[in-house]
Ligand binder design. Structure first.
Ligand SMILES: C[S@@+](CC[C@H](N)C(=O)[O-])C[C@H]1O[C@@H](n2cnc3c(N)ncnc32)[C@H](O)[C@@H]1O
Length: 236
């Protein structure tokens, strides 16, 4: 759990929560752990396999439900949720304004939008290792024709929320120091060479190989830690 985010969540008591693009529910689990109180968290994604893993991992908490829904067209009634959350996913959406419009529609008047998103700015030393891994993984997706924007700057994220008609009430950079997550970064580092070997046929192979070398050099110099994320609280 990110430290400052955890402190903010403790102050919030809500009814219904939706976690957009939840994958295996990691951010939803953080919400469940951190919120001062909640009735239900609906965790949505289009990836059935990831949802199944999340359902299994979080089975002990019956207040968290996983549903297969497209975040652009969720099908939920207007104003269905008191808190709409999106964690590390904005850069996966090709049409961010459309995503924001749906998140706004889902939010009850007076409700809270919560964004947590790895930023282009604020990455240095050990955090840069994670940011570079993320950049490399998005380059791999892009080289294979999958939409994956690198990262947005803090300013761009705030501008997107404001352009959609949200009023930002609080924003700050935060870092996750959870040992389990840092271990996850180390595992991703170990797998880089293996993944690279599978990409030999791609025209961008040389650039991808240079990317791996850059990540390894940063890791050798600074180690690896979780990248900085911008946390934004906003209302409509
Ligand atoms: C980086 S992952 C999410 C990470 C997750 N929120 C967490 O904190 O662990 C991005 C997710 O966006 C999902 N996604 C992409 N387009 C989507 C859409 N139109 N509707 C719902 N989910 C979508 C992908 O399936 C993927 O699981």
């Amino acid at each position: 759990m990110m430290e400052k985010l955890g402190q903010e969540l403790q102050k919030i008591k809500v009814g219904r929560v939706v976690d957009i693009a939840t994958r295996r529910g990691d951010f939803a689990a953080n919400l469940a752990k951190g919120l001062g109180g909640f009735e239900e968290i609906i965790a949505i994604d289009v990836d059935e396999k990831a949802l199944a893993k999340g359902r299994e991992a979080l089975a002990a908490d019956s207040r968290i439900k996983f549903e297969c829904r497209d975040a652009y067209h969720t099908g939920y009634a207007e104003g269905s949720f008191d808190l709409v959350a999106v964690g590390n996913s904005l850069h996966h959406f090709e049409d961010v304004p459309a995503l924001f419009q749906e998140m706004k529609r889902l939010l009850v008047p007076g409700g809270t939008l919560l964004i947590s998103e790895m930023t282009a700015d604020g990455q240095e030393g050990a955090s840069l290792t994670h940011a570079l891994i993320h950049r490399w993984e998005s380059d791999v997706d892009r080289a294979q024709g999958i939409y994956h924007h690198h990262t947005y700057s803090s300013r761009e994220i705030l501008d997107m929320a404001e352009a959609a008609g949200f009023k930002v009430t609080k924003s700050f950079l935060d870092w996750d120091k959870e040992p389990k997550l840092v271990k996850g970064i180390e595992k991703r580092l170990e797998e880089l060479e293996e993944k690279l070997a599978e990409l030999k046929e791609l025209p961008d192979y040389q650039e991808l190989a240079e990317g791996v070398a850059r990540i390894k050099a940063n890791q050798a110099e600074h180690g690896a830690a979780f990248a900085a994320a911008l946390v934004v609280f906003a209302e409509k």
